[in-house]
Design a protein. Sequence first.
Lengths: 315, 331
Amino acid sequence: MRPRVSPILAILGLMWVVVVAGLAVLKPTAIALSTVTAVLQFSTILALVALGQALVIVCGGAGIDISVGGMVSLAVVLAMLLMKAGLPGVLLPVSCLAIGLALGLVNGFLVTRLRLLPLIATLGTFYVYSGAAVALTGGAAQSGVPGFLLPWGRGAVRGLPLPFLTLALPVFVAAGVVLHATSWGRWIYGMGFNERSARLVGIPVDRVRLTAYGASGALAGCAALVSLAWLGGGRPNIGQNLELTSLTAAMLGGIGIFGGKGGVFGVLAAVLLLVTLQTGLLQLNVNTVWQVGIVGTILLIVLLIDNLALIRRTS
Amino acid sequence: MRAFLQRFGEREALLALGCVVSGLVFSILSPYFATPDNLLTIARNSTELLLIGLGMTLLLGIGGIDVSVGSVLGLAAIGIGRLLEAGAPPALAALAGPVAGLALGVVTAFVVIFGRIPAIVATLGLLGVYRAGIFLALGGSWLSGLPTGLTNLLAARVFGLPVSVLVIALAYGAIFIAVRLTPFGAHLLAIGNSEARARLAGIGVRRVQVAAFVISGGLCGLAASFYVATYRNVEMTIGATLALEAVAAVVLGGTAVTGGRISLLGTAFGVILLRLLQNGLLLVGAPSLWQPVLTGLLLLLVLGAEALSRRLPLERLRQSAVGAAWRTGAR
């Protein structure tokens, strides 16, 4: 079980170099510190959400969280509505996190207590969360984010955006440490690898899984906070498509869909690659819909290459 | 009655009851609900989902899934639209839908089965690719105001029944026969239960899997023909919610997402209940924005109730004094 560089990460690194080199040739002006800032700024939200997605998947038991985007949207909307209802603005970060955590725990409850299949349970909550976010606001953006958040959300130190530096990066480091150096983290890999054995050796599988869904929710809450502080307002559709992109990032990052496999830094690398690619394409004036297609193609190609390597090894 | 119910299946009976009860409630609340026009609208709105749900039932049955069905419908619809624009005969355009769907089904099957990528991940990737394909094929604008030839063709009546009803009945009938009376059904469920064991038993696992994906693609294409006939336009976001709605309706119908148990009748009832509730709530004045919330809650409530009933000692409750009182009261 020694961590090693997965072939997927190597492919990702290669792709990243190709993208950056391509951009340097096609549009040299885009290679600037401001581009790095933009890439990291866009990466922060996806990175936080993809980390939650990865945790849930690594836990195994067909774990998946379709509702991540819905949780981000609903956390944004509820936090803003709570503030308008009289909650002091200072508490906005706390309420974002708490709402996200609560929504995630609902998923965990459905999966671990009612034993609904994660795909179906989170599909249901995806509808409820994202639908409620739009319905509660009538689709209108919610303005009025307290001023003290904006300098944090939009600031940068040496080109590194503050949310990335002070939230995403520490969270990833913490997750890496927890997964590799604590019993809780080892339990996650154990139960993801073989749930039956995990139960037999006494790992509290259900409790760990509940925590993972809660963590995914809390991370979605963090992403909601970042979006509020960055954009200065709450968009009820901010989480749109995050379920697809976060799943893509997790898969590209080397997380095995059947659980028990993959690390968080692969996910971070995948997020950076995806966002670099998107930003690069944006610089070249490629429409965003195209980007979805390119992301999908990359996902399929990387998985096909990975599988081919596996087939060759086993035969 | 009990024997009938057991044969019929509890879930199907529950959904049918749900349709009847909610239908009654809505007709009391709104004078517009129980009109022939509105019931026709509900049937009309159910057409695409009935066909796509049928394919999704087979896919879930083998333990697969396809989240790209809405985009397959979209791509097929664009093909039909372009043909109509070019002045092709409506019959040809109507056939082009299923043909395009079958072709895309082959692509999906190839990627999932020969690429050995889990269906949910592979079809997610394909969803992105197909969406970009839709964008490319539409060139950033909508297809609108398409010729009425296809509409007239599919609005025709055969033996007094609309073509759509006949096609749906034929599709469900054909799949029912294939599942019940040929080895296909047994193989399908065996694969859903355990792919490894099905392989050991000598079942041509890949052939059945490919068949399920191709059939599902063809049904999506068929749905596209009806879509274009009804709306006579194709927009960028076509079919965006269909995949999730199809999974929701099929699971509501009692098909196990983990494979090995399917119910065609349940799927049909699940789709109709979903569309009926969406229509009814709109008529009684609930804002349409709440529709997705309703879909999600319905899914969670039905499955949650089922899960709870498995966990609670219901038999003991029935035999207890409280249970007896409740039973008498209920009668």
